[in-house]
Design a protein around this ligand. Structure first.
Ligand SMILES: *Cc1c(COP(=O)(O)O)cnc(C)c1O
Length: 208
């Protein structure tokens, strides 16, 4: 199957209310154009430099929406300001402050998801579940942030469902609407558990 066929099939299978973010990291701008031509509009990238090059190459696609889904260094935030529809990886107060400051300077608002590390994996970004309420409070106090919801990635090799349930419960406790969960291997389970936004790479663009 081509990228366009896989994109169209997924779009049909995923409920209309769930945002499908096509994760295009490591794939060329041409592959994004193919998925765009098949009707997708939301694209996710992980690395600021790689994203900038593709965003420039695809600037003619005016209604394409970028989602930043990678670990974010504060010194890269300035490149994203006013140019991305959402950041899914807000995991610390300093980053929240920098995102607000840089977006505010551009007269923009940043839609952000709190990334929560439910697996306690030291190698993964994301705040500890216990730190999420304070991070949400810090984000809510900032002028240019719109708190969209909670995002998470279950540890590889584990049943994703308990992690999705923890993320959903946390989302509810924080009074938020968005739940950014589900990737190529587990998006069906994520939707059963209330996902509002799936982030799918391999199942659209093939192996990386
Ligand atoms: C790469 C990535 C995805 C997509 O993963 P696939 O398994 O290829 O669907 C989703 N979310 C994040 C944060 C990623 O880094």
């Amino acid at each position: 199957m081509s990228v366009a066929e896989r994109a169209a099939t997924l779009r049909r299978e995923i409920p209309a209310g769930v945002t499908l973010v096509a994760v295009s990291k490591t794939h060329p701008a041409g592959a994004i154009r193919e998925a765009y031509a098949a009707g997708l509009r939301d694209f996710g990238e992980n690395y600021a430099q790689e994203w900038r090059e593709k965003a420039d190459a695809l600037a003619d696609l005016a209604d394409l929406r970028w989602h930043f889904i990678g670990g974010l260094q504060t010194n890269k935030v300035k490149y994203l300001a006013g140019r991305v529809a959402a950041i899914h990886t807000l995991d610390r107060p300093e980053l929240a402050r920098e995102v607000s400051r840089r977006f505010h300077a551009k007269g923009a608002t940043a839609r952000v998801y709190l990334e929560v590390n439910t697996g306690g994996e030291a190698t993964k970004s994301g705040c500890a579940p216990a730190d999420a309420p304070a991070l949400a409070e810090a984000a809510r106090a900032l002028p240019a942030l719109e708190l969209a919801g909670v995002m998470g990635i279950p540890p590889p090799g584990e049943d994703p469902r308990p992690h999705f349930r923890m993320l959903r419960a946390l989302r509810d406790r924080l009074g938020l609407a968005g739940l950014s969960i589900g990737m190529s291997a587990d998006w069906r389970v994520a939707i059963e558990e209330g996902s509002t936004c799936v982030r799918i790479g391999t199942a659209i663009f093939g192996a990386r």
